[in-house]
Design a protein around this ligand. Structure first.
Ligand code: OXT
Ligand code: ADP
Ligand code: MG
Length: 570
């Protein structure tokens, strides 16, 4: 086709979107096709962008978010309009809450019809719906704005505090034509997408002075620290000061869990007695008990490194706010040690070490027990050993007990190798995160799943098989949400927490050409895991646990309101 004005060749919205994505170095799109974006996926694939097609948009969105976390570049999710768009909203919101950069691009219906609610195909005001769930929500209304819209979405997703961005592209904009040369001239590549941001010298000095005077200092490493990819700088600062560190779950491995300054196994003691705390890419939210007593001392002074200054004072007074990106701030702190040395008192290190050894001994005792049927600890023993011997393996983890116990039993040695439910405690991230980890890194992935958690994204095992990904799903199958032994007082229906007893999930993967294993002893689990991961093929191990294994809500029992009347009514 040629352009009427110039007689030159034409291009259209579909091609310009793909060209703009390529220009901005997008290597992979995670999506589900249909009207009006099927050709967009085809053209992307033809251009050399990898397209990974999912069975549900939520999983595609979670994959894009995990890709964003792993690479520090926005992951891209592509969905259809209306219901497909809506299916992606949990993932978009979850990416935003977790500070993962992603861009959700959806096709949408004709504005002129949607805006007068005349009843279009899949009519929905998508931009408005996405707005409160995303860091930003944009729409491209003209073909000549495609380059601008994509640049804006990418810049917003990854700069400052990262998050999810929604980008709406109506079908008629995708189909609009424009002179090819004029269209190409509207595209640009975002320069320096997440500019470095240095803290003030004054703030750095005040932070070091506070740390130098502390008797019981503590560094909390959050997933923002993992995301920042400042691994050597963070480790150098910890080791140069000797300050113990507490890793949040997705920061495990940023410094190896077996490091002598890790306070992971002395969590409550470290929190409750620390007098000065340096938060590095970690929010004082529910996962840190809002910085409140009795989990923390009322006198604790908080120093916080964050890219988003609005985070300071959100829960407790921030004595020293260090606004900036973690690499710049930690580098400045480390350099400042020349002027203001910091040395953690040995008595505090020793106190934490004693508690850590005590808890480690208790853990070793639990792991040494060997009940039959298996329970969580003896099932996790061979998994812990395998991950210890194969630190390159990525670990995805969701569930309640399956999450909480795995987090504590399985040590991580390498940064950004553990992906889990994160800030929102959301079930359903499992297969999307696992697929992204395998696609983005090419490394083997083990997804440790509660049997309920797996069900939220379980159909994606077909996706895993279709793309032949090196993912091993391990289902810690206690037959229920938290446990599988609940009883309905009337004996008619399954009790609300109960799932199909003795389900054989391994048969699901066999339906799609993968390899399934069913195990009921730790030895069989060890052999199955070794064979499954070595095969670098889609594999699923259904791990039969005692239905009475597990506690309600896992470690969140205190957050679970219980009906005072329930016991008497039952
Ligand atoms: O401090 P002390 O001395 O006490 O010691 C601590 C550590 O120092 C020590 N420790 C160690 N000791 C020795 N060695 C080592 N290595 C070691 N490491 C640690 O152990 C203790 C305790 O440590 P921990 O765990 O760090 O401390 P604590 O106080 O528990 O930590 C607090 C938290 C808050 C940081 C931590 O618990 C945490 O990160 N929790 C996250 C929990 C979470 O997000 N849970 C998921 C949500 S639960 C629920 O909502 C579920 N649903 C509902 C639902 C959801 N979520 N989503 C959607 C879309 N729909 C519905 C559902 C449906 S879970 C769920 C499914 C559940 O069923 P499954 O079948 O999937 O799973 P099962 O439960 O397995 O059946
Ligand atoms: P966790 O749950 O592990 O404690 P959070 O998700 O609560 O971690 O905290 C992550 C924090 O890290 C967010 O407040 C976010 O603004 C911040 N953050 C993300 N990337 C950077 C960065 N490059 N530099 C500084 N702060 C960052
Ligand atoms: Mg379960």
């Amino acid at each position: 086709m040629t352009s009427p004005g110039t007689n030159g060749p034409l291009t259209d919205g579909f091609h310009l979107v793909v060209d703009a994505l390529k220009l901005n170095d997008v290597a992979t799109i995670y999506g589900v096709v249909g009207i009006p974006i099927t050709d967009l996926a085809r053209l992307a694939q033809a251009s050399g962008i990898r397209y990974i097609g999912f069975r549900h948009e939520s999983d595609a969105g979670h994959a894009a978010a995990a890709a964003g976390f792993l690479t520090s570049k926005p992951g891209v999710c592509l969905t259809v309009s209306g219901p497909g768009f809506l299916n992606g909203m949990v993932a978009l919101a979850n990416a935003t809450v977790n500070c993962f950069p992603m861009v959700h691009i959806a096709g949408s219906s004709t504005r002129a019809i949607v805006d007068l609610q005349r009843g279009d195909y899949e009519e929905l005001d998508q931009m408005a719906i996405a707005k409160p769930l995303a860091k930003a929500s944009y729409r491209i209304d003209r073909v000549e704005d495609i380059g601008r819209g994509i640049a804006r979405a990418f810049r917003t997703a990854v700069s400052g505090r990262p998050g999810g961005v929604y980008l709406d592209i109506p079908a008629d904009v995708l189909a609009q034509t424009i002179d090819a040369a004029a269209g190409a001239a509207t595209l640009w590549k975002v320069t320096d997408p997440a500019p470095a941001q240095s803290p003030s010298h004054d703030a750095v000095l005040r932070a070091l002075e506070l740390l130098a005077g502390a008797q019981r200092p503590l560094i909390v490493l959050g997933k923002g620290a993992a995301y920042a990819q400042a691994d050597p700088q963070i480790r150098a600062f910890v080791e140069n000061t000797g300050i113990p560190f507490l890793p949040m779950s997705m920061a495990k491995g940023l410094i190896p869990d077996d490091h002598q300054l890790s306070a992971a196994a002395a969590r409550l003691l470290a929190m409750s007695k620390a007098d000065v705390v340096l938060l590095v890419g970690a929010r004082l939210n529910w996962l840190l008990q809002h910085g409140e007593a009795p989990h923390w001392s009322v006198d604790t002074k908080f120093i916080q490194i964050d890219i988003d200054p609005a985070e300071f004072d959100s829960n407790q007074p921030t004595t020293v706010p260090l606004a900036g990106d973690i690499t710049s701030v930690i580098t400045a702190l480390d350099a400042g040690l020349q002027r203001q040395p910091v040395a953690c008192p040995q008595a505090w290190q020793a106190e934490l070490a004693t508690k850590r050894e005590h808890n480690a001994a208790a853990m070793a005792g639990r792991l040494a027990e060997d009940p039959r049927p298996m329970r969580f600890y003896n099932a996790l023993r061979p998994i812990r050993d395998f991950v210890r011997d194969h630190p390159e393996v990525y670990l995805v983890n969701e569930g309640a007990n399956a999450l909480d116990i795995t987090r504590n039993v399985v040590d991580m040695q390498v940064p950004r190798h553990r992906l889990d439910c994160g800030t929102w405690g959301v079930m359903g991230i499992g297969m999307g995160y696992a697929i992204a980890a395998a696609v983005e890194t090419g490394q083997p992935v083990i997804a440790i799943e509660g049997d309920s958690a797996f069900g939220f994204s379980g159909m994606e095992i077909e996706t895993i098989c279709r793309y032949g990904l090196p993912i091993t799903v391990v289902i810690l199958n206690n037959g229920g949400v938290y446990r599988g032994d609940g009883v309905d007082p009337y004996g008619t229906d399954p009790e609300p927490t109960v799932l199909a007893p003795r389900a054989h999930h391994e048969r699901l993967i066999e339906a799609f050409g993968g390899t399934g294993y069913h195990v009921d002893t730790p030895d069989d689990l060890a052999s199955a895991l070794a064979a499954a991961v070595a095969s670098r093929r889609p594999t699923l191990i259904d791990c039969e646990l005692d239905p009475s294994a597990g506690t309600e809500s896992g470690h969140l029992t205190n957050l679970n309101p219980r009906s005072a009347l329930q016991a008497t009514q039952a």
